[in-house]
Structures are given as C-alpha cells and as structure tokens.
Write a new protein. Structure first.
Lengths: 410, 141, 410, 141
C-alpha cells in the first residue's frame, strides 16, 4: 500500500528506533503525547547553548536574543492559525492552563443564570474549570449529547440560545475521534451572542486550523501533542476580548506599576504571562510548527486518514472488537477507541505493550462521556505522521493475541 | 516484561472463575475499594464472627489482575483470624514493594505469591494491591 | 586569587564560550536566569529520544518510564530540601505559579480582617497574588520595612501578631541581596499561629535550604534560576496543609471521579497538577540538582561569597558608584545592585553589554522597594558558580568606562 | 553593536543640555508618556496657537536615549504646524521600524535621524520612540 508520507521521516524521530520488550516500538498513543523530531530537540539545545536569557527584562545581548526568539515563536503561531496579530497569542503551560485562564477571566463578567454549554465528550480539562465557575457564579452548565455514532444530532443545536453565554467544545474528540463542525457551531453561537471557545488540543496537530475561517473567539492547545516540547501551551483570543479580560496569574512582567496596595497591568498579551516565561518551550514549539509545515498539514491529514481507514477495515474483520465513534470515516480523525470482548482495557494495553505496541487504556479524561456511553473504559490507539502501515499490521497481529493470553479462545 | 509471569494460569483461572464473585447475605463488613484512574472498582463483603473471617465475597469490575487478586485473597483469608488476615495484607503489600527477603514470609501468602512479579509492572501494581488495601480498610473499622 | 570552584567547570557550560560583541561573555545576570550545564540539556535530549510519554495515564512502556522519571525528580527535590515525603512536592510552571496557587487555595479559608504580612522588598510575584486575595476577601495587607542597609529592624517583627494569618517572604532579596533570617521569622510567626511561605527563588540555587530547619510551611522556587530548564517550578507544602487546600488549576489527571456537575479530586500532590505535566522539565531539574550536589552547595555559597567580597571591594574604590543592600557581607548573597552617578541604569547596562558583560537594569520586579528606597531603578549584577575573578575584573574595567561614553569625566 | 552609533556626540549633548527640560507657563497641551519596564517617564508640554506649535518643553526622567530623543524632538517641532509634527512622528516611527527607503523622507527628521541605528538595539527602541508616541497622543486630542 502506498503511503502519503514517506516512512523515511521516521529517521527524524530517534525514539522510533527504540526496542520495547524486544520489539519495534509501535507508538500509537499520539493523542496523549507525541514524539519529537531531532529539529525540536536541536532547537532546545541551540537555545540553551547560544541564546539563553530571561526575556523582556534586559538590555544585554542574551536577554535580547531570548526576547526575539520568544517573539518569533509568537509570530509563528499567529501565522500558523491565521490570527490577526501576535498580540492575540498568549503562551501558557498547557491546554489545561489556557482553559483555566479563560474560565477565570471570562467569568468575572458572567451573571447568574447565564448558560455555559459543553459537549458531553469534552476532556476533563474543558469541563472542570467551567464547572467551578458555574458553581461560584450560579451559572447553568448544559451539555450537548452525541448520537450513538459520536456525532451531534441536529436537534442538540437548539441548546444554543439567547441565554447561552459561552460554548466550549473540542474540535476533535480525544475518545471518539469525531471532528465536530465547529464552524457551524460558532456561526449559530455568534447569532445568539455567545462566546465560542475551541479546544484544538486534538485537531491542530493533525489538520489545518484557521481561526478566522472557523471564527473562534478563543482557541487553546498544547505543544506536546504536536511534536513540540512539554510545558508550553497556547491561548489564542480575539484582541478586543482579551483586552477586556482581567489577568489570571499575577506576578513579574505582566504589570505597568505596582504599589503596596495597587497595581496597573501591562497590555495584552503580556498581562496574561506572569513570571519568567518558557522561552525554551516557545523555541521548541516554533521548531515543531516549522517541521509540520514542511511536511504539510494536508499531507498529514491525508496520511492519517489512510491509516485510519486501513486500521478500521482490519479491526472490523475481528468479531470480538467493538469500535466507538463515527463509522463514516469522513467525520473522524486518526483516533480509534475500542474494546475487546471479555477483556479489560488495561489488560489489553499491557498485552499490546508486550508486543511493543503503545496504546492507552482507561477513561481518557472523559468520564462523563464514558458514563454516557455506558462503558467504564476503552482502549485507544491514535496516529501521527510517523506511523505507517507496518505499525497497523503489527497492532492488528498483536490484538489478535490478546484474548488468548487471558485464556479465551480467539 | 514477560507476560507469562503476569498472566499465569492461576491468575487466568481466578479471573474467569466467579466462585468468589457473588453477593453475601448479612455481611458484617462491607468495604468499597477503587482505582479511579483505571476504573477498577470492587466491593468486599465479609462475615466476621468471634475474630474469625467465616465468609467473604466480592462484587464489582476491573482488570484481570484486580479481579484475580481479589479472588485469590478471598480464598486465602476465609477461615483466618482477623489478625492473621491483617498480617497477610501487610506481607502482600511488602512483597509488591520488594521489601521481603525472607522466603518463609512469602510462603504464608500461598497462591497470592503469584503477584510477586507485578512489581516489575508499575502501571499494574495498583490493580494487584487494591483488594488488600480494601481489606485493611475494612478490618481497621 | 585562589578560587573555591575551579574555572574548569566553565567547560560544562557551552554558552560561556560565546563571544558577545566580540568579547568574552561575562554573564552576571544569574538572578534573572541561569545558564545550563551540558548534563541538563543532555538529560532533556535523552528524555525525548528514549523515554518520552504522557505519564500517569498509561500501561505502556514509554508512559511507565516517563512516570518513573517524573516521580524520581520529585524524590530528588524532596531530598534536596529535606521534605518528609515526595507527596509534599508539587510541580508548577514557575515560582510565580506556585505563589498564585498558594494565594488562591489558602485564601479559601481566610476571613475578613485577617492580616497578610510581606516584606517591602518582595518580588511582584510575591506581592500581587496576595494583593488580589486581600481585595477579594477584605484582608489587611501589611509590609515589613527594611533599614537603609536592607536588613529588618528588630521592631518590625512586632508586626507579626495574633491577627497575622500568613507571612510570605523571600529568603534572599533579588535586589538587595539580603539574606533574611527566615528561621527566626518562622519561629515568631508560628508562635502567633501564622502560616509561613518562603520564596526561595533566589536562595535555593546558592545555598543549602532545609525546610525542616527553617520550618517553612510552604517553599517556592523556579528551576531556571538553578541551572534547570525553563517552564518548571516547585511548590513545597507540609502534607497536612496541602491536604486541606482546594486545588487551583483543574483538568486532566487531578481527579478521582468527574460527573457532569460534580467532581471528586485526587490525593495530594496530584490534585494540584492539572493537565499534562512537564516531564522534560522535571528531568532537567533533577539533572540540575544532581549537578549542584556534585559541586556542593557549600562550595557554591563560599565561591560566591568570595566573588561578592572581591567585587564590592573593587566597586567601593570607584567614587561615583552607589551600592545598595547590606554592607555587612555576611548578611548578603551574590547579588549587587548599584547606580552610577548621572547615568541611567539602562545606559549602564547597554554600555556594559558592549564589553560582553550581561547585567540587568530596571526595577527588577520590585517597584514597591524601589519607591521605598527613593530610586527609579538600579543596575544589578549577580553571580553563580561558573563566574570567576576574571569576570569581576572585566566588569570593573568596563564599569569604569561607562561615564566616559556619556561625556562625563571619569 | 557599535556604541559610537548609539551614544553619538549629538545624543550626548542633548542628554546633558537641559534647555528643553523646563516647566512651561500656560501650556495648552500636557501629555504624560512612560515606559513602565525601564522607568522612562516624561511629561510633554506644548503651546499650540492657530495650528502651530509655538513652544514646547518637557519634564521627567529617563535614560540618555529617551532624554535626548525628547529634547531633539522638541527642537524639531517648535514652530512647526501640528500636521507637520504629526507627519514627523509618523516618519520617525517608520524609520525605527526600518520601513523607510526614501532618504528625502529621512531628511525631514533633521537631527532626529541620529536615532536611525537604534533599531539594531531592540531593548532601547522604546526609549527613543517614547517622546514621539507621547506627541502623537497629545496632538490627537
Ligand atoms: C525573589 C523572587 N521571587 C520570585 C521570582 C519569580 O520567579 P519566576 O519568574 O521564575 O516565576 C523571582 C525571579 O524573577 C525572584 O527573584
Ligand atoms: C481534547 C483535549 N483537551 C484538552 C487536553 C488537555 O491537554 P493538556 O493535558 O496538554 O493540558 C487534552 C489532552 O489530554 C485533550 O485531548
């Protein structure tokens, strides 16, 4: 089978050479975190060996270099998501912090009985911050429920109404793999005057995301899920919205004047970036985006679609496997959650691991969805640009052995 | 990691065999134990009389390791004194932490020794230990 | 002059080979951020090339390895500060986040008119979070004022009284260089029933800090100021205090059960660590502590004391330099803030940079202190283990040229 | 970085010479400008009459760059029309951003061209631009 992305790029990822339990590493846990190409790690070393300084505060060369690297990373992110200005990009430590920042800062202007709307398939990081402010401010927290096939029924959109203050939804579900129609959602939401937050943690690593096209008011994601380093995340926000929000974390570098009992804050985006920022992370994220753009987001998307189709096809041949999420593969990305009859997901993962296959088992930080689906947990595999047909073949061979290990006829 | 050391015949049998997985009429002690991160969730039922565990059973769900560990534990503690059961729990937990050198200690665990190698699988340790922690909680009351 | 730490260790820091404006880099901005030894950068590469996975969530090999590296880093920090248990160590993104977490979580149990006591020399990161909760909860924010020489007069300790709910103070001032008697402060505070927060951002990189010895209830610091990577900070807290605090950031991995409208949280320390944690940062911090321990904190302290004495001695010979902070050098660490007569600090820094000397100019995130001292800003130099006598000599030579550049006789 | 390109004779003179640093009686426009991060802080006083800036001065403190830039700007705009002053501000800011190719444009800035090289020193750009931004704010009103 011909592949869209040449397996040669696997050489850019030294960890893929690793033997796991004596076997070739088949890394299918990309929805949790991704592996790093050499260029990202090299960018980090280069930063520390040639340019390291505390940015924004100094008139000396290293500090100036660090500042300019940090600012360049913002410009890169701005262009990557097609934002209007680099001032619309705030760096955080991960997608989770971005969502906490939003919930805190936005809630200051929310009023009793305002409605917050989430999808039942949201990640805990996109539920808990809204749950907390809903309790604190007596807001009403509502959920959009999905169909059996993991898509949103038309009738659920009626939950977006004049009282809806904010809707926050993942563009791609990290369990179902569903790609939700966020452009349509933001259109309906904006008609009703609601703010739209898009959790792009699972989408942006795998497809072109254009904040203008989908008209997101806010967009959040983590670098570590898109080849970048851990410890850095992004919050995009429309400038006029960010301008009117109070800061979240307080501290050095986000102020104008500090008095013993008072303070005035710096401009956006600085007012949201307290303390010493993670320049290393910014540099690594920029290198990751450069790499993704070199390969091409369209190619990555097509490559993963090919892998997903092949994997689903092969998995459907195995009678004791149940797959969750849309079976119309046009509606999903490269994430497949499933269960093996009679076998607990953790045992499945452990057995797969013994063949070198990295999968994930559990609730995937989506307990409300699990409960809604009536399952305790599932196994999940998820693809990225460096996966290939051979990975899928090894996975399929391995999964066929799982039941035998636990004494069930295959 | 050698799967044969983990999914042994004994563990497989206890995972599939449900003789200890049942309700118990008039239990004197009921304790709920869970590993939220993996979804293992068991309820341990005990009938204690004059300091002796005269019957025990469990309900709930979880992975093969947690299910088998619970079943093996129940076989082991039935008919034992509460103090003996407590000692066994202590030995089991120490075994998993690799804190036991003395083989005669291990022998007391009988079939439960099957979990000795689980310490090589940090991600599954919690599953094996769950019933024993739950037992400790129950007996402390 | 003989040095305590052999300049050979400079070879461990590749960036020190860098030429700045044609000159040898003399990096004297260590209070802002420090340079990284090879072993720290190597630990980061090794992590990404051999062990990278999302910790705490997976049953596959890489995830297990990442978990164990993350946990080992906690153990390392625990031993480094002599905490009772690794559960007392929470990883954050920087010292600033640690302080924000504390202010938010502790304030939930504070009541109107409770007093919060800070020192006037605190960093903005240790002022603003307390200012915010003071306003929200109607607490009373008070300051301890320092003497002309940057030490605390005995009478100021009377501000610690029965109404004092919390005192938060830096162990070493990042402007004055003063090492404050935190052991004595926590003793007085505990007698009055107050909680003691120690900001160790500037102290822990340079001297042995033992949380039991100083009896800190909480201790916070950043890895990047102690040879570690950016993007990771530490919050130490006594277990029983952490146990009773609500979480700050909410999201994945810090929960037990999540329902549509409710949640139960995981145990300490996990309940304070929301979202994917910075394993890379943890690994880098561990490597940094290993390195510091290899050199020996006592040696580092002695080495810096030697450099400070030499630098102060030479600076005192220059009539137009005014030095701030304790002149009793026993009371200070390796930070020297000063001004050059007639010349604005930013011009001083720019001119020093032209000689390859990295210094810092400004308010150093301590505007209330600056205002209290009656100055707008200052120049600051700060030392670390890789600095040597030659660095000081170059600095002294360069500073003597500053006034000439701006047309003032020397 | 060549210090000679930054701390030129002209900038040094304006930094030390205080002929523009004084109070102004009955100014028609007062504008405060500041760079919180470095502590540069100036107050610009202008007397505007029939669309002409007839007098100007400043007070405040800051680094040599900001002080000299303010003083040079004041020399330049005194006697100029408000519209001309606005144009000069625009040219100055464009010069710093390296957006001007046309030398005849630059010539209009006269002595203020001395700051052309400041764009090579990102940390000091704010200092040079401060008075011009302050002027823009004042004249917009
Ligand atoms: C005394 C003190 N506290 C807190 C901080 C804040 O540290 P960070 O910027 O790493 O959050 C600093 C450093 O800037 C400091 O010097
Ligand atoms: C859909 C979604 N949202 C949010 C997150 C949280 O990202 P992070 O853990 O990097 O903060 C994740 C990843 O775990 C995710 O899959």
């Amino acid at each position: 089978m011909s592949q869209i992305i040449d397996s040669k790029i696997r050489e850019d990822f030294p960890i893929l050479e690793k033997k796991v339990n004596g076997s070739r590493l088949v890394y299918l846990d990309n929805a949790a975190t991704t592996q790093k190409p050499k260029c990202v790690v090299d960018a980090i070393s280069d930063y520390y060996y040639n340019h390291n300084g505390n940015p924004h505060r100094g008139a000396h060369t290293l500090s100036i270099e660090a500042t300019s690297l940090y600012d360049n990373a913002k410009k890169k992110v701005q262009n990557f998501i097609n934002a209007d200005s680099e001032d619309e990009i705030v760096f955080t430590k991960n997608c989770t912090e971005s969502l906490n920042l939003l919930a805190y800062s936005l809630s200051q202007s929310f009023k009793e009985d305002d409605e917050i709307l989430l999808c039942i398939s949201e990640h805990h990081s996109n539920i808990l911050p809204w749950q907390r402010i809903s309790k604190e401010k007596n807001l009403i927290l509502k959920y959009i429920y999905v169909n059996e096939d993991g898509t949103i029924p038309e009738s659920e959109y009626e939950k977006i109404n004049k009282n809806t203050k904010l809707i926050s939804i993942a563009q791609m579900s990290n369990v179902l793999g569903t790609i939700f129609p966020v452009k349509k959602i933001s259109q309906i939401a904006h008609e009703k005057g609601a703010i739209v937050v898009i959790d792009a943690a699972q989408s942006i690593p795998h497809m072109k995301v254009d904040v203008k096209d989908i008209d997101a008011d806010f967009l959040v994601f983590s670098a570590h899920k898109m080849l970048g380093p851990m410890g850095i995340g992004v919050l995009y926000g429309k400038k006029h919205l960010l301008d009117n929000m109070p800061p979240f974390l307080l501290g050095g570098d986000m102020i104008e004047y500090v008095y013993e009992n008072d303070v005035t804050f710096a401009q956006v985006p600085y007012k949201f970036e307290a303390g010493t920022q993670n320049v290393e992370g910014a540099v690594g994220l920029k290198a990751a985006i450069d790499y993704l753009e070199k390969i091409g987001l369209q190619n990555i998307e097509a490559h993963e679609k090919m892998l997903t189709e092949y994997a689903v096809e092969e998995m459907l041949k195995i009678p004791y496997i149940e797959i969750y999420g849309p079976m119309d593969l046009e509606k999903r990305g490269g994430i497949i959650s499933f269960n093996v009859k009679d076998i607990h997901p953790h045992d499945v993962s452990t057995i797969l691991d013994s063949y070198g296959v990295a999968s994930r088992a559990g609730h995937h930080c989506c307990q409300p969805l699990m409960r809604y689906m009536g399952i305790n947990s599932s196994v999940r595999i998820s693809f990225y640009l460096y996966n290939n047909i051979e990975d899928i073949d090894i996975f399929i061979d391995s999964i066929k052995n799982v039941r035998k290990w636990l004494g069930y006829g295959s | 990691m050698d799967l044969n050391q983990i999914y042994t015949q004994l563990i497989m049998e206890h995972n599939k065999n449900t003789h200890n997985k049942r309700a118990l009429i008039n239990p004197t002690l009921i304790e709920h134990g869970h590993n939220p991160s993996c979804g293992d969730d068991i309820t341990l039922n005990l009938i204690e009389k004059d300091g002796i565990i005269v019957d025990a059973s469990f309900t709930g769900s979880g992975c093969a390791i947690s299910q088998a560990s619970t079943s093996i534990m129940i076989d082991l503690i039935k008919g034992k004194k509460v103090s003996e059961a407590m000692e066994l729990a202590e030995i089991f937990i120490k075994m998993i932490k690799k804190e036991i050198d003395d083989d005669s200690e291990l022998e007391k665990l009988e079939d439960a020794v099957a979990f000795e190698n689980i310490s090589n699988m940090p991600a599954r340790v919690k599953c094996a230990v769950l019933p024993w922690h739950t037992l400790e909680e129950a007996l402390k009351k």
